[in-house]
Design a protein around this ligand. Structure first.
Ligand code: PBG
Ligand code: ZN
Length: 353
């Protein structure tokens, strides 16, 4: 500007005129506190909203009747027999939660995960019962093999000498078979969480040739190898019996790779992409939503839930306030859909206003 003036150039013609910051006015004419003065004003200018329609409740289903096994590391979460799951799902629906996602705990595990794609598998039976007894509730199924594998891994294991590898391509067939069997039972959406390469394409192809071309896929597209899954593995009884999941789940340090994973899943036919965990990965969530603009889900995982529960139990944080602030943060970062163990409670709190 100074140089421009010295040369006699008119500001605005050759140079950008000095403008107030496009983001704010200046004090004292602009006082941000003016709009914080009452709850009425705060409500009016609130940018992000949380609504029960955006919540999904995870349910752990096990065989039996009238079974409600508390999961010690997840207060308020239970392994449920199908009859109890129906009650829990109806309660969620009454609170305004539109959807549940099902995880199965089979009576037997093996090295081919046969329980995952059995016609009368635990999830398949639960889907049929829930579709009958809780009409209008959206049923999503988690598609993975780990809960059904004796070794607890998300794919087929090939042993050679002392080492073992999780096989990619042979696992795809079983995952596709599992997804189709869920759709046959009546699942509204299938959600692959295994992190094998190419599984969305394999599932899309299998669904289409099975007559389920209208069944959406919600892929756990950017799923990180996370210590926050600890309590879930108690709940789903899916702890790997050897090794860990780092050869298939993502490294916590990688954001660029997460975008490639999402791009790949979208090209393979994913309809909704998920980032998991949520709170420690809000940057990823934000980038995925702004980069691709697709319906985006965030999974507030077991460890996130348990930490809030544990601190709240001790009176160290306010359960309701911290839960709602966390869910709002996921919305603000870009989540359209949030999977959370607090779904029913949160929906109830939202109704209270
Ligand atoms: C298994 C699966 C996991 C979760 C969802 N599906 C655990 C894992 O990968 O070990 C985690 C959910 C949670 O922690 O709440 N494929
Ligand atoms: Zn798995």
């Amino acid at each position: 500007m100074a140089l421009g003036q010295a040369l006699g150039l008119r500001a605005g013609l050759f140079m950008m005129p000095r403008m107030p910051s496009p983001l704010t006015g200046d004090f004292p004419s602009y006082r941000p506190r003016r709009l914080r003065g009452s709850e009425m004003l705060r409500r009016m200018v609130r940018e992000t909203r949380l609504h029960p329609d955006q919540l999904v409740l995870p349910l752990f289903i096990r065989p039996g009747r009238k079974v409600r096994n508390a999961v010690p590391s997840m207060p308020g979460v239970f392994q449920l027999s199908i009859d109890e799951a129906v009650r829990e799902a109806a309660k969620a629906q009454k609170a305004g939660v539109p959807a549940v996602i099902l995880f199965g705990i089979p009576s037997k595990k093996d090295t081919r995960a046969s329980g995952a794609y059995a016609k009368n598998g635990i999830v398949q039976k639960a889907v049929r019962q829930l579709k009958r007894d809780v009409p209008g509730l959206l049923i999503i199924t988690d598609v993975c093999l780990c809960e059904y594998m004796s070794h607890g891994h998300c794919g087929l294991v090939k042993k050679s000498g002392k080492s073992a590898t999780i096989e990619n391509d042979s696992s795809l067939k079983l995952l596709a078979r599992t997804a189709v069997s869920h759709a046959e039972a009546g699942a509204d959406v299938v959600a692959p969480s295994d992190m094998m390469d190419g599984r969305v394409a394999a599932i899309r192809t299998a669904l289409d040739s099975g007559g389920f071309n209208n069944t959406p896929i919600m892929s756990y597209a950017a799923k990180f190898a996370s210590a926050y899954y600890g309590p879930f593995r108690d709940a789903a009884e899916s702890t790997p019996q050897f090794g860990d999941r780092r050869s298939y789940q993502m490294d916590a340090a990688n954001a660029e790779e997460a975008l490639r994973e999402v791009a790949l899943d979208l090209r393979e036919g994913a309809d909704i992409v998920m980032v998991k965990p949520a709170l420690a990965y809000l940057d990823i969530l934000h980038r995925v939503k702004s980069e691709f603009g697709y319906p985006t889900a965030a999974y507030a995982v077991s460890g996130e839930y348990s930490m809030i529960q544990a601190a709240a139990k001790r009176g160290w944080v306010d359960e309701r306030a911290v839960t709602m602030e966390s869910l709002l943060a996921m919305r603000r970062a870009g989540a359209d859909i949030i999977l959370t163990y607090a779904a029913t409670k949160a929906a109830g709190w939202l109704k209270e206003g």
